[in-house]
Design a protein around this ligand. Structure first.
Ligand code: 3MF
Ligand code: MG
Length: 344
């Protein structure tokens, strides 16, 4: 498989048993070891981790034990020729995070969230990836009057600063999402995430992760979100996927809903040489109807889609495009792009 210098990643949660809020699992769960053995044959190079994907039950372990178990995972990765891309603290499942993590109204819950995030940084260090992703799942409200947005902004900034001080090497990529699980999230878009990062004590070490579905849920164009962050050298990771309109976060295969929207994400990433900057993460899920033995095709489809779109992006007739732009003939440009996507 020609990969044009790109490396690809996904998280263990992207091979899953098909449970949804309305029904149970429909496929057997694979163990972490079984999942690891699938990465290379699917064309992937790197693994994304939640802290407890790497070290299960870490709340019951001492920091030194957590580090030791993380080192064992690093050896497991090496055995498969894989690397870790990032570690993200899972700040949305524990009872302490019911009302938020860094922005909880309960000081004990905020302290829990900080401690848990420090452990995630320790794991990132042991896995030698140096990158922490913050998806701020429960930082927001169901009830607007229950929290203060300005105070929350400062609490989020303080949490980022605490982590930057705790680990002098770690880089933090904030993954914005406008809603789900919260009604209204405090960091809904790339602009919010970047603004927060630029305020940090060491802004050089704070960037963003753009997830296509999250941008679409915010009513924005993922390609523009990518381009805006890349303009400032801040796009350090992506979660490419697709999303059919404004409903629950679907994590559909990349390009499955809107081919042109996917094409433009790849076009902007490729024009800005993302292969030299980061790993292409695919945060996709198999639809629930997929039989167990066929439940990795969403990953195959997404990686193939990305690579086919790189080819299409590079084979555009750039000279004609420049002429059409000069003539302001954007309708012809529209047709040129659509024809290209349809294979003429
Ligand atoms: C939620 C997500 C998450 C994050 C992950 C890593 C489960 O919509 O996209 O995936 O990507 O927690 O930050
Ligand atoms: Mg994601």
């Amino acid at each position: 498989m020609e990969k044009y210098g790109y490396r690809f990643s996904f998280g263990p949660w992207n091979i899953h048993a098909g449970a949804d809020p309305f029904g149970p699992e429909v496929r057997p769960s694979l163990t972490f070891a079984q999942k690891l053995s699938l990465y290379k044959e699917l064309g992937f190079d790197a693994v994304q981790f939640h802290d407890d994907d790497a070290v299960p039950d870490l709340n019951d372990l001492a920091p030194a034990q957590i580090r030791e178990r993380a080192r064992a995972v690093r050896r497991q990765l090496q055995d498969h020729g894989l690397v870790a891309e990032f570690v993200a603290p899972r700040l949305w499942e524990h009872p302490m995070t019911i009302d938020g993590a860094y922005t909880s109204n309960d000081a004990k819950a905020r302290a829990y969230a900080i401690e848990r995030s420090k452990r995630a940084a320790d794991i990132a260090q042991e896995l030698a990836c140096g990158l922490m992703v913050l998806w701020l799942a429960r930082e927001g409200t169901y009830m607007r009057e229950s929290k203060d947005v300005g105070r929350a902004a400062h609490q989020l900034l303080a949490a980022v600063n605490t982590l930057l001080t705790y680990d002098k090497e770690i880089r933090i990529a904030i993954e914005p999402k406008p809603n789900e699980p919260m009604d209204l999230a405090y960091i809904p878009t790339m602009g919010h995430a970047l603004a927060l990062g630029f305020q940090a004590d060491d802004p050089k070490r704070v960037g963003v992760l753009m997830e296509s579905a999250h941008s679409i849920l915010a009513g924005l164009d993922p390609a523009d979100e990518i381009g805006f962050a890349m303009a400032f050298g801040k796009l350090w990771s992506v979660h490419l996927n697709d999303q059919n309109g404004l409903k629950f976060d679907q994590d559909r295969s990349f390009g499955a809903v809107d081919l042109r929207r996917a094409f433009n994400q790849v076009r902007v990433l490729d024009a800005n040489r993302f292969w030299e900057i980061g790993i292409v993460g695919l945060d996709v899920k198999a639809i629930r109807t997929q039989p167990a033995e066929l439940a990795t095709k969403h990953l195959r489809n997404s990686i193939q889609m990305f690579l086919r779109l790189v080819e299409l992006s590079r084979s555009l007739d750039h000279q004609t495009i420049q002429q059409l732009i000069a003539a302001r003939d954007y309708e012809e440009l529209d047709w040129l792009i659509l024809s290209h996507l349809m294979g003429k």
